[in-house]
Design a protein around this ligand. Sequence first.
Ligand code: C5P
Length: 233
Amino acid sequence: MSKDVIVALDFPSKEETLAFLDKFTGRKPFVKIGMELFYAEGPSIVREIKARGHKIFLDLKLHDIPNTVKKAMASLSRLDVDMCNLHAAGGSEMMKYALEGLKRADGTRPILIAVTILTSIGQETLEKELKIALPLEKTVTEYAYLASQSGLDGVVCSPLEAGKVKDVCGKGFLTVTPGVRFADGEKGDQVRVTTPARAAELGSDYIVVGRPITAAADPVAAYERACREFLGE
Ligand code: C5P
């Protein structure tokens, strides 16, 4: 399974996104399109970025009844994305239906990963609002295990949890990890952060990097630095 740096395209419009991507004249980064950009621009932005030669992680975090998720995944699969995701909280049947929906006529399908517990949810909210009595970390690994048993390829998690997830779900189960910062960079609103090199040591398969690249004075240099540190290239 190939490791890579995924650049989070957290931009509000097509114009800003394409102006940013225009800077990459050499190697085309694997990019993440989230709800902000997708809901603003629709499927055409995915097609346009794909046509420019980028791999795409479409981060829409689906969560609905199994049949609806299956049909939605079929639509995303036809968009030719390389990776997409859903909430493990939708249950094993929803995850299995999602996999069925993703399968293309030629037998290929995008990588499917699960969100376990959102990082905005703390122990107190977990207990008082979601009514989950388990410790947060245990809930994350239980949801990851459910995702692996449902046939998914991996989860989104902190690099600091990557080892634990692999212990529970197996080495081949992918960990896609945001919360990455350069050693000399700003943390912003991320609390628990690691460097690209440390994320590699901890077993991350893909790091998702947003502002350290998108807000850098020289985004291409910042991307190349992330690749050097994470991939050793
Ligand atoms: O700018 P920054 O590097 O913090 O961006 C990280 C990206 O990963 C953003 O698109 C953010 O929404 C996403 N993400 C995250 N933490 C999670 C899940 C997704 O930062 N737990």
